[in-house]
Design a protein around this ligand. Sequence first.
Ligand SMILES: [Zn+2]
Length: 271
Amino acid sequence: MTTSTRSLAVLVPPAPLSALTALAVDKLAAIYPPSVRVRADDIFSLARLFAASLNTGTPAEQAQRWHHLLMAAGNFKRQGGSIRIGPLIQAPDVPPPRPFVPPGAGAGSVPLGPNSGHEYFLTVKGLRRLPTASVVLAALWPDDNLIADRRDLNAAIGLLLPTVSGIEDVADGLRAWFRHRRRVGIDTSDFDWLRRVARATLSQPGLGGVSLLSLERALFMLDKRTPQIAWPEYSIEIARQAELCPGCQVLRRTPHSLGCSQTVGGEASLW
Ligand SMILES: [Zn+2]
């Protein structure tokens, strides 16, 4: 007998991540791993080069730049060796049409747009995993999409768990959900769940100036800094990692600023 796996949206309804402040997001995004940052920046540049070619390039140039973009995305967070593309020229700031049919996708293909056609990436060899497919969407339409990987999902789920009722039952459901995902791979509904949470978060007062790119980097770092423990405990610990020192506003596990009153009285010098 099999029990159906509940979807992420049923287990943890999308809601704003109210534990995050703009300052905490900035500080966490600033410590995003440089090696990952360089790769992501390259992919964003390749997306703009591709977009420019749609306006001025030949079909062959368009197809080549699309191929470069997908190849770079395929390398993103790839384990064990990668394809080098070489230095990039300065990319012009040209947005892609909304929507467009990917070069080589064939007649009758569903156009790709900021809010549609994500299933396309699940058919592209090498892009069937969430980080690689989502990074193409984030690079093409950074105002509408964000990179989505296991760490980002962990962090968003952990920060939302205090808002759900019956946490032990939900934690059981989440364990089943992750087991299922490991077997069958991602579903675009998972990506849509994270996008809804991220957009709701940035619509909160005080977070209007935060980009989806920074928010993703902050979520990634929050999960990286939180031990991989059972969901209820993880949820408490990740919320602590999102707090800044009330005296000098530094991140957890960093030294207080000189003269911060929180360190007075023999307290450890790390926040
Ligand atoms: Zn302090």
